[in-house]
Design a protein around this ligand. Structure first.
Ligand code: ADP
Length: 467
């Protein structure tokens, strides 16, 4: 059975507090009781010693007699406190004996103490014991005193009350702590579980396709703020993905429609006898079909590169040399548009799959050519950057609107402006470029100003770093 987070938190808190309070109470109780018992035990021993000393003082050495009035008063006072005194002279003759004096009272007191201690503290297993004291005066032995009291110690009424109220206070503190823990636990649980419930609700709505929804950030708890941020971010990317998915369908349809329409209208006209199947017309159909095959081939290439088990045949590649080779391959096209392609920088060795990297530079240069106006300049620059290889492809063509810059790497994405141009592109080139660079653990970024030009920057791990 799944329990609510708030219930678990309250239960957890209460359990922790219960254990803590129980341990503290137990320790406090044991410690205080133990200390108190020791204190009482000492008090009683000291009292017994002082009784013996004061009894010895009642001997008159000159007359050789005892101050019996005092001994009697003293003995009765001690009896009240639970001390039974027997006084003997030096020859061992009884001088005063509490039991002889008031046997009933003595028994009564001994019984009361024993009964109460056995009832309330049976574990103590105490009993009345007698200690014999030698009584000396001026250095001479004047007699003996036998003092009996309940050993190791005994509690009087007020001492029992003290221990009881101590236990009661500890119990009340314990109860208050438990109530406090339940309240604090409920408060904290509410604080934690409320935003989580809210996040769960919103996540449910996102999963239903409501990507526009956003959560308010919890400013008090870092983890919850992070979670909220992550959920908001997820909603944003899912929204973007959804938008791209919809656009992709439209874009694919758009890319396929034109060649298919051209081919079918041409063939229709030939079949109906409106047009003669001249070589030029068939050639035009063939080219349109070639364009369709090109799209399929590009998609196949992309699938290959994006497939997880893409095998890169890595070797040391000089980016400058590679850029020069690509530039040379483009010379006819550059010439056709009277474009001036400059090279800058020196050799930089990176580790990569030469064929795939050729494709990267070729796609970027092809775009630079496609989107440059006649007579423009293109710059290919190779340099080292933070120990990595860096290649820049810069043109002064139509540029890319800011809103499109993050989207041009998506498949079939083309800016409105480029759609109007008959470039022959279908919007897969940059997707392939990005996939190849990512497979090389590199990065690609774009900087562009509409109507001014574009710079694509590729960073690839250098040869030494890869090893
Ligand atoms: P395409 O085959 O259409 O060129 P890409 O994937 O290579 O496809 O590029 C996607 C889109 O990015 C292009 O349609 C174009 O709108 C834009 N783009 C790419 N490179 C450039 C550039 N150098 N100048 C202007 N726009 C560019």
């Amino acid at each position: 059975m799944k329990r609510k987070l708030s219930t678990q938190l309250v239960l957890g808190f209460t359990l922790i507090v219960l254990i803590t309070v129980a341990l503290i109470s137990l320790a406090a109780n044991l410690l205080i009781n133990w200390q108190f018992e020791k204190y009482v035990e000492n008090q009683q021993r000291e009292f017994s010693d002082s009784l013996a000393k004061r009894l010895g003082d009642q001997y008159d050495t000159e007359r050789g007699t005892w101050n019996l009035d005092y001994v009697h008063g003293f003995g009765m006072y001690a009896l009240d406190d639970g001390y039974i005194i027997r006084l003997y002279d030096a020859s061992g003759e009884s001088v005063w004996d509490a039991e002889n004096h008031d046997m009933t009272l003595c028994r009564q007191i001994m019984q009361d103490i024993s009964l109460q201690m056995k009832q309330k503290m049976p574990e103590l297993a105490g009993d009345f014991v007698t200690s014999r004291y030698e009584l000396n005066k001026n250095g001479n032995l004047v007699g003996y005193a036998d003092i009996s009291y309940y050993s190791p110690y005994y509690f009087k009424e007020n001492e029992f009350r003290f221990v009881d109220s101590l236990n009661q206070i500890l119990f009340v503190i314990g109860m208050l702590s438990v109530v406090g823990a339940v309240l604090a636990g409920a408060l904290l649980a509410g604080r934690i579980s409320r935003p989580i419930t809210e996040i769960t609700k919103i996540a449910g709505e996102i999963s239903e396709g409501n990507y526009g929804i956003r959560l308010e950030e919890d400013a008090r708890t870092k983890e919850l703020a992070d979670l909220t941020q992550a959920v908001n971010h997820m909603a944003l990317s899912l929204g973007e993905q959804e938008m791209l998915r919809r656009r992709l369908t439209t874009d694919i349809a758009h890319e396929l429609r034109t060649p298919l329409a051209n081919v079918s209208s041409n063939l229709e006209a030939i079949i109906e006898g409106v047009w003669q199947p001249t070589t030029e017309r068939l050639q035009s159909c063939y080219e349109e079909l070639g364009r369709l095959s090109g799209i399929v081939a590009d998609l196949e290439k992309l699938r290959q590169i994006e497939s997880e088990n893409l095998k890169l045949h890595k070797e040391s590649v000089d980016l400058l040399e590679l850029a020069e080779t690509v530039r040379d391959a483009f010379l006819p096209e550059l010439h056709k548009k009277q474009l001036n392609c400059q090279m800058e920088g020196g050799p930089v060795i990176v580790s990569g799959d030469k064929k795939r990297l050729y494709q990267v530079v070729s796609n970027l240069l092809s775009n630079a050519v496609k989107y440059s106006d006649e007579g423009g300049t293109i710059l290919l620059k190779v340099q080292e950057f933070n120990g990595n290889g860096m290649l820049l492809v810069e043109d002064h063509g139509i540029g890319i609107p800011e809103k499109d810059q993050s989207l041009i790497f998506e498949r079939f994405y083309r800016t409105d402006c480029s759609r109007q141009r008959k470039t022959g592109g279908v919007g897969i080139g940059l997707t392939i470029v990005k996939a190849i660079i990512q497979a090389h653990n590199g990065r690609i970024s774009v900087e562009s100003k509409e109507g001014r030009g574009t710079v694509f920057t590729v960073v690839l791990p250098s040869d030494t770093k890869e090893r």
